[in-house]
Design a protein around this ligand. Structure first.
Ligand code: AMP
Ligand code: GLY
Length: 422
């Protein structure tokens, strides 16, 4: 089997490492991949959004199965384009990827089908949004409709802040067309849980739950990032809550997408908040999360390719999706200064032990040396029988990954540990 993985971050590295456990896979290509992925796959110089080139490559190179990992090619219709040429793909078609591509769509879907989420209003013109904010409860949450590299959400503590966010999105165009419509929603509180689920449009098989750490600083302070670390499972996500989420959120979402004629196949990511009034959807993503994937897939015992193909073929009901009853922790190393300005080009070294469990994100090869090229550089994952041991081991192993100006949070997993103890 010849596999093409579209994307080039830590998530894609984790997907590739998991796929390669299948002995039937003879070659894995990554487009574009990165300097670290190059150790595990043949990287090709095609960007994730160059859909015509990706399809031509897949046809010419007899690719048997393509995995489209990032949101933007999914929203742009990469799966549709591959399928038109007869190449089976993991991921939703364009008309289903809209569940992430448009927050207005996602919110309206939840309202129509009674799926629990924050109360909200949507606006296509700025004057109405600003006048609504005169009386909206504060704090409030302003969201750009479209994809915004994870930065399109502003939690406004004051009316002025909320109005500034609306102006930036709708008039300043800081997110381009993504901000031409906005959602203004109720501020919710409670622990957050990420649940990634495989689905073939009929059956839903959730993966082990996880907890992201989105802020740059310890104790969840400072700016939002793409994610500075993760643990799995998430101790807040009890069996009773999982059952409730399956009945009230997961199955209704998949059914709703079918009713809308937008059958979703692939990985559906539920960003949940466990509020005092029950679990509510904060966001849907149409793909694996990053860095959730880096803790979830190391716990997957079933063969990843088999499960992915079952989502494509509609046979997920008869396919095992089994996770080890263990714990995983991933510690991200970032370039100091991220998520604002940072320097690049520092050489990265890894001990063999660290390299074996490190997923590379922002790095490229320069004169055969691996050098930093992005904000989040690596993620190192440890698996252990207890959460304590997984955290300790992930930090120990991440000491084996070195580059100048490396920054990591020192408290990944601590909130989960406290939750377990209380
Ligand atoms: P998103 O990009 O939709 O994942 O939002 C980023 C983060 O903003 C989430 O992980 C939450 O921490 C926070 N957030 C989003 N919506 C709400 C809300 N309605 N109430 C409170 N926090 C929110
Ligand atoms: N970790 C959050 C995301 O992938 O969107």
């Amino acid at each position: 089997m010849r596999i093409l993985v579209v994307g080039g971050g830590g998530r894609e590295h984790a997907i590739i490492k998991a796929l390669k456990k299948n002995p039937d896979i003879t070659e894995v290509f990554a487009a574009p991949g990165n300097g670290g992925i190059a150790k595990d796959a043949t990287c090709i110089n095609i960007g994730a959004l160059e859909i015509d080139k990706l399809v031509a490559f897949a046809v010419e190179n007899q690719i048997d199965y393509t995995v489209v990992a990032p949101d933007d090619p999914l929203v742009a219709g990469c799966v549709d384009a591959m399928e038109e040429k007869g190449i089976p793909c993991f991921g939703p078609r364009k008309n289903a990827a809209i569940i992430e591509g448009s927050k207005v769509f996602a919110k309206d879907l939840m309202r129509k089908y009674g799926i629990p989420t924050a109360k909200y209003e949507t606006f296509a013109d700025m004057a109405s949004a600003l006048s609504y904010l005169e009386n909206a409860p504060i704090p409030t949450v302003v969201k750009a409709d479209g994809l915004a590299l994870g930065k399109g959400v502003i939690i406004a503590q004051t009316r002025e802040e909320a109005k500034a966010a609306v102006r930036d999105m709708m008039e300043g165009g800081i997110f381009g067309a993504s901000g031409s419509r906005v959602v203004i929603e109720e501020f919710l509180t409670g622990p957050e849980v990420s649940v990634l689920a495989f689905t073939d449009g009929k059956t839903v098989k959730p993966m082990v739950s996880s907890m992201d750490h989105k802020r740059i600083g310890d104790n969840d302070t400072g700016l939002n990032t793409g994610g500075m670390g993760t643990v799995a499972p998430n101790p807040y996500y009890t069996e009773a809550i999982a059952k409730q989420c399956m009945e009230e959120i997961f199955l209704p979402t998949v059914a709703a997408m079918n009713k809308e004629g937008r059958t979703f196949k692939g990985c559906l990511y539920f960003g949940l908040m466990l509020t005092p009034n029950g679990p509510k959807v904060i966001e849907y993503n149409c793909r694996f999360g990053d860095p959730e994937t880096q803790v979830v897939l190391p716990l997957l015992q079933s063969d990843l390719l088999t499960v992915m193909q079952a989502t494509t073929n509609g046979t997920l009901d008869e396919t095992d999706v089994i996770f080890a009853g263990k714990h995983a922790c991933c510690v991200i190393l970032a370039s100091a200064g991220y998520p604002t300005a940072y320097e690049k080009g520092f050489e990265i070294t890894m001990t063999p032990e660290a390299e074996a469990c490190t997923y590379v994100a922002g790095a490229k090869l320069e004169n055969k040396k691996l050098v930093t090229s992005g904000g989040r550089v690596t993620g190192t994952t440890a698996v252990a029988d207890s959460l304590e041991d997984a955290i300790r081991e992930a930090y120990r192993l991440s000491n084996g990954v070195r580059f100048q100006n490396a920054y990591r949070r020192s408290d990944i997993g601590q909130r989960a540990l406290q939750a377990k103890r209380s």
